[in-house]
Design a protein around this ligand. Structure first.
Ligand code: URA
Length: 422
């Protein structure tokens, strides 16, 4: 095959031949198709799409670029969750130990954050001693003993995606439903989970702002999963308002621990239980996750999971050196809290990174003291900004200035789970 011929074919709306897709992904992974050529192909796919057969072949070629793990020897059924990312989305932290405490094995291969939504590994690294890197053998042993692992995806899984995702990130070609679907699903299928629950976010703070795009993404990923023999279900969930009361690494760990203790913000608890219910159904486990959460068993599993990776679950979390409180400007009801603005403020305070490899602050972030629908009084604290570097405060204050809307009339907070796609 010739890369330029394949690019022209897709550019003009043609269908890529199956063997051509295999060749392209392999040649790109090994460097004989260049970044410039793959960037042109990504842009052609951005505009022309991939039909279901092309997409299935593309996903399989990305899986074949690396190793495939197997959990077949475990005594517990495996089930994984993937979220497309949202502000304050710390659900993996309480969810993985909860579902493990119900009897499943939960292999959460996670990433670091880039942009306004945090990464699960960045959050857990706020815990003193905790390490993200595990060998495959360590991961398997922990899955059998504890039931839950949250760790860094090894470089051996879908290396074609690693290269292609980084290229898409700098060429304006991330927002393509077939390429996002192939990227996410190739990693999950290569990981070897038997079941997968997808949390596809929709709304102002999500990657997909429009409901119909979120539905299309969810349907596409569910189809790819099923075709590969992975039981796959998606929930479409609201991401206009940030989840819980905190955005920031250590702050989100603390909130997750509240959930594991049976308390915490009601929206975080609700979404954790909704996803746990789906995961347990996929895994064929008959358990009541609310009862397991309230019994303290999920907390025990959390502590065992943190300890198994070198962390001290009882150590105090880092506290930011500087805080600034922003009071409510008026009396009334909180009627809107903009997820994007809150995420941007947390990012500017040091919770997120501007480019891959930058450090993040464990204690930086935003706490909001009211949820949508709550009554607030003028002068009462509405936000607390946390950072170790006070020079960041000014731009964070700007980011959050218009995040909240206070009105005389109350509004009901909308549903979190909007739709289920299977
Ligand atoms: N997350 C991924 O892993 N890949 C994408 O393409 C987009 C989001």
């Amino acid at each position: 095959f010739d890369a330029v011929e394949l690019i022209r074919l897709k550019r003009d709306g043609g269908r890529l031949p199956e063997a051509g897709i295999d060749w392209l992904i392999d040649a790109y992974t090994h460097g004989s198709v260049t970044d410039e050529q793959m960037a042109a192909m990504a842009m052609a796919i951005f505009f022309r799409g991939l039909n279901p057969d092309e997409l299935s072949r593309w996903t399989n070629a990305m899986i074949a670029s690396g190793e495939r793990m197997s959990f077949a020897r475990l005594s517990r059924p495996t089930v994984d969750k993937h979220s497309t990312g949202g502000v304050g989305d710390k659900i993996t932290l309480p969810l993985a130990p909860l579902v493990a405490a119900c009897g499943a094995a939960v292999p959460q291969l996670s990433g670091r954050g880039l942009g306004h939504t945090g990464g699960t590994l960045d959050k857990l690294e706020a815990i003193p001693g905790w390490r993200a890197a595990l060998s495959n053998d360590e991961m398997l042993a922990q899955l059998e003993d504890v039931g839950a692992v949250i760790c860094a995806a090894g470089s051996g899984l879908a290396p074609a995606d690693k290269k292609l995702y980084a290229l898409r990130d700098v060429t304006g070609t991330v927002e393509s439903i077939p390429m996002i679907s192939a990227s996410i699903m190739s990693k999950k299928i290569a990981e070897g989970t038997a079941s997968l629950v997808l949390d596809v976010k929709t709304g102002a703070g999500a990657f997909m702002k429009r409901r119909e795009d979120s539905q299309a993404l969810a349907r596409t990923m569910v189809e790819i999963g099923k075709a590969a023999g992975v039981r796959t279900v998606a929930l479409i969930t609201a991401m206009d308002t940030p989840l819980g009361r905190t955005a920031g690494n250590g702050l989100e760990v603390a909130e997750s621990v509240e959930i594991l203790a049976g308390g915490g913000p009601s929206d975080v608890r609700e979404l954790t239980l909704a996803l746990a219910t789906e995961m347990l159904a996929c895994a064929g486990i008959d358990a009541d996750p609310a009862q397991v959460l309230d019994s303290g068993k999920a907390m025990d599993t959390w502590k065992a999971m943190i300890r198994a990776q070198g962390g001290d679950p009882d150590a105090p979390l880092p506290v930011a050196r500087h805080t600034e409180v922003i009071p409510a400007a008026a009396d009334g009801y909180l009627t809107r809290l903009d997820a994007m603005a809150v995420g941007l403020a947390a990012w500017r305070l040091g919770a997120g990174r501007a480019k891959q490899g930058d450090p993040v602050q464990a204690a930086a972030g935003v706490t909001w003291h009211a949820s949508v629908g709550d009554r607030v009084s003028a002068g009462q604290p509405l936000f607390t900004l946390h950072t170790d570097t006070p020079e960041r405060l000014e731009r964070a204050v700007q980011a959050i200035a218009d995040a909240a809307e206070i009105s005389a009339e109350p509004v009901a907070r909308g549903d979190i789970v909007l739709e289920r796609i299977s």
